[in-house]
Ligand binder design. Structure first.
Ligand SMILES: [Zn+2]
Ligand SMILES: [Zn+2]
Length: 98
């Protein structure tokens, strides 16, 4: 499942253009926007890929902590989750105790 950050409309993982407002989901899906924001934030050192317990094998295999350069884009390639890829990013901050 992809959610458009501009109109909040939802669409299938296979869509690359939002069927509701025409936005480019490669750039404007909520996960893509979140990832771009984490990458731009110097306090974010690494990015963890959060994978739901019931996710498919492809998603489970992608679970882990990545550098900003290595983190895979969502939806995960080859995902076969019943309701679409529901993986998420979580930022790992480099100075939790400033
Ligand atoms: Zn949209
Ligand atoms: Zn999956």
């Amino acid at each position: 499942m992809r959610t458009c950050s501009l109109c909040h409309g939802q669409s299938a993982d296979t869509e690359t253009i939002c069927p509701h407002c025409g936005a480019d989901l490669v750039t404007f899906s909520t996960t893509a926007v979140a990832l771009a924001r984490y990458r731009a934030n110097p306090r974010v050192e690494q990015i963890r890929l959060i994978v739901p317990y019931h996710a498919c094998a492809a998603c489970r295999a992608a679970e882990g902590t990545y550098t900003k350069a290595d983190v895979p884009s969502l939806p995960i390639a080859g995902c076969s989750c019943e309701n679409g890829c529901t993986c998420n990013y979580e930022p790992m901050l480099n100075d939790i105790y400033p």
